[in-house]
Design a protein around this ligand. Sequence first.
Ligand SMILES: Cc1ncc(COP(=O)(O)O)c(C=O)c1O
Length: 425
Amino acid sequence: MTPLGRSLPQIHTPLPGPKTSALVDALARSESPAFTTRRARRAEQSGAPQDPIVWAEAVGSNVVDADGNVFVDLSGGFGVAAVGHRHPAVVAAIQSQAERLLHALGDLHPSDVKIRLLERLAALAPQPEARVVLSLSGSDALTTAIKSAALHTGRPGVLAFEGGYHGLDHGPLAACGYSEGFRTPFAGQLNPHVRFTAYGDVEAARTAMDDTVGAILVEPIQGRGGCRVPPVGYLAALQALAEERGAVLIVDEVLTGLYRTGVPFACMDPVDPLPRPPDLLCVGKALGGGMPISACIGSLAVMASWGDPGAMAIHTGTFFGHPLGSAAALASLQVLEDEALGARALAMEARLRERLAPLTVRGRGLLLGVVPDQPVLPLVRRLLERGFLAIPAGMHAEIIQLVPPLTIDESLLDSFVDTLREVMA
Ligand SMILES: Cc1ncc(COP(=O)(O)O)c(C=O)c1O
C-alpha cells in the first residue's frame, strides 16, 4: 500500500463524517460567529454544502480528517507546505531546537539560530548586502516593508493593484485590492494615501502615481486574485516608474517566493526578470515549512532608513525571529535546495498543463489556476467529496487554485485531473 504522504484519496464516510460533525458543532459554539455565517452564506450562494473538514493529521501531500478520511492536499495549506506537510528534516530541526531553546529575546538578545537564518536569507536575497527583518505572518512582513518605504521616501502613499492581496493587518489591508469588502468596515482606520490601479497596465499605474506615493506594492503573479501573470516586462516597467518618481518597489513574494514558481524569487525569474533587484521583498508561507515565520528582505539603502530611532526598537514583536520558526526555516530552505524543488515545480506544471488541456490554466510553476467553464464552488465541493482538497480563488471565485506541495507525486496530480474531468461531467 502507498504510504501516507503519497496516498490517493481514501474517503470512508460521507462528508462531514460523525467526528468531524461534532467538532464543527463545537466550532460554531466557540469560534467567532462570522466564520459559521460565512460558510452558511457560501452554501446558500453556491447550492453546495460548505462544511469544513477538520484536519487531524497531515504528512507529505496528504491530509487526514478527524474521521480518518485521507485527502490529497492541492491547497498546500494555503501554499505553506512547499516541502510537504511534516517533512522529516523540518520536524527533526524543530525537535532538536525544542530540546535546546524555545524562546529568546528577539532583537534585544537574539538566539543563535535566528542569526543563522538572517545570514541564510541575506545570502539568498537578490539584493547585494541585503538586510532582513523577521516576523511571523505574511501580513507582518508587508507591514515592515510598507513602514520601511515610508521611512525611506518620507511619503506615506502606496500604489497598489486591483486583485492584489497582501494580508489583513491594517497596513497591508489598506492596500488590499482583492475586495473592497475587506476594507470597507475598517475604512476609517486605514492609510488614506493608497491608490489602486489595474494590474498589468503600466500606463494606468503611471496615471495613478501622485506625489504622496512612496511605494509601489505588487505581487509578481497575483495569487489569491486569480493566478494572474502580468504581461512580460510589466514588473520592470513598474520598477522604472518607481525609480523615476523616487518611490520604492515592494515585491510581495509571500506566496510566489521560495521556488513555488520554479525559482527562489518570481520577480527575478530569468523568463522575465527585473533589471535590478527590488528594494523590498517579502516572503512567508513556505519559509517555515509549516511554522509561522516571515521575512522582509530589503536593500541596505532602504533598510538603513530606519536610521537611529533614538535607541528605541520602533518596530519589533515579542516572537519575531522565534527560535523554533527559525530552525524550521533553515531546514525548509535546505530541503527546497537539496531536493531541487524549483525544477520539480516546473516539471509538474508542464505535466498538469498538458493533461488539463484544453482547459485554461493560469499561473506558473505550482501556483496554478484552472478556469473551468462552470461555477467553481460546487466543483470544489465535489472534488472534496472525492478526496481532493483545493480552494477557489480569483476575485469572482472563478478558478480552482492549485498550490500543492512541490514534492507531490505525479500519480496524485494525474488522478486529480481524471477526477476533475469526472466531476465536471
Ligand atoms: C501574496 C500574499 N501576501 C500576503 C499574504 C498574507 O499572509 P498572511 O496570511 O500570512 O498574513 C498572503 C496570504 O495569502 C498572500 O498570498
